[in-house]
Ligand binder design. Structure first.
Ligand code: SF4
Length: 165
C-alpha cells in the first residue's frame, strides 16, 4: 500500500492563497512524492466555499483550531466578518477527501488559520504568532492523521518508504 499525503494546494504552486498567490515549496521530496502518486492536493478554504482572493482571516483571541471546532472560538477576516462556518466546512471537506483517498499523513503550510499546525496568528492582524493550529489541522489530528508543517518535510520523509524503492 502506497502512503497517501494530503498537501496544502498552495505548497504545490496553486495560486489559492488569500492574496491570490501560491507558496510553492519546491522541495525535491515533494516532487518525487507527486510523481509516485502519493500526493492529494487540497485548499481547505476554497473547498469551504471561499473565493480567491479573499480578505485575510485569523482565529480570534489567540485561540486555536480545536477551540473553533468546539464552538468556543471564531474565525474573523480583517473586515470583522465572521468566517467560522466556511473554515469549518473546509476542514470537513479536507477530512472527507483524506478519508476517501486513504491519507494517513498531511503536509500543510504553517501559519494559516486553516492549515497551520505549529504556529498561527493571534487574531490581532498585527503579525503576532503563537503556538497553535488551524481549523483543518486540528480536525485532521482529531481523526488520527499525522499532520506535519511544511518546515517538517524531512521528518515526514522518515515515516515514508524511500520514493526510489
Ligand atoms: Fe494554502 Fe491552506 Fe491557505 Fe488554502 S487554506 S491557501 S491550502 S494555507
Amino acid at each position: 500500500n502506497s502512503p497517501r499525503i494530503l498537501v496544502s494546494a498552495c505548497l504545490l504552486g496553486q495560486p489559492v492563497r488569500y492574496d491570490g498567490s501560491a507558496k510553492p515549496l519546491g522541495h525535491t521530496l515533494l516532487q518525487l512524492w507527486q510523481q509516485k502518486g502519493w500526493v492529494v492536493p487540497l485548499c481547505p478554504e476554497m473547498a469551504g466555499g471561499l473565493p480567491t482572493p479573499r480578505p485575510p482571516a485569523e482565529i480570534t483571541h489567540a485561540l486555536s483550531g480545536r477551540d473553533v471546532l468546539a464552538g468556543t472560538a471564531t474565525v474573523q477576516d480583517i473586515t470583522g466578518a465572521d468566517m467560522t462556518a466556511p473554515f469549518i466546512a473546509g476542514a470537513h471537506a479536507a477530512l472527507a477527501l483524506a478519508q476517501q483517498q486513504g491519507c494517513q499523513f498531511a503536509l500543510l503550510i504553517d501559519g494559516s488559520p486553516s492549515c497551520g499546525s505549529q504556529m498561527i496568528y493571534d487574531g490581532s492582524f498585527n503579525g503576532q504568532k503563537h503556538t497553535g493550529e488551524g481549523v483543518t489541522a486540528a480536525l485532521l489530528r482529531q481523526h488520527g492523521l499525522d499532520v506535519f508543517a511544511h518546515t517538517e518535510i524531512e521528518q515526514l520523509a522518515k515515516r515514508l518508504p524511500h520514493p526510489a524503492t
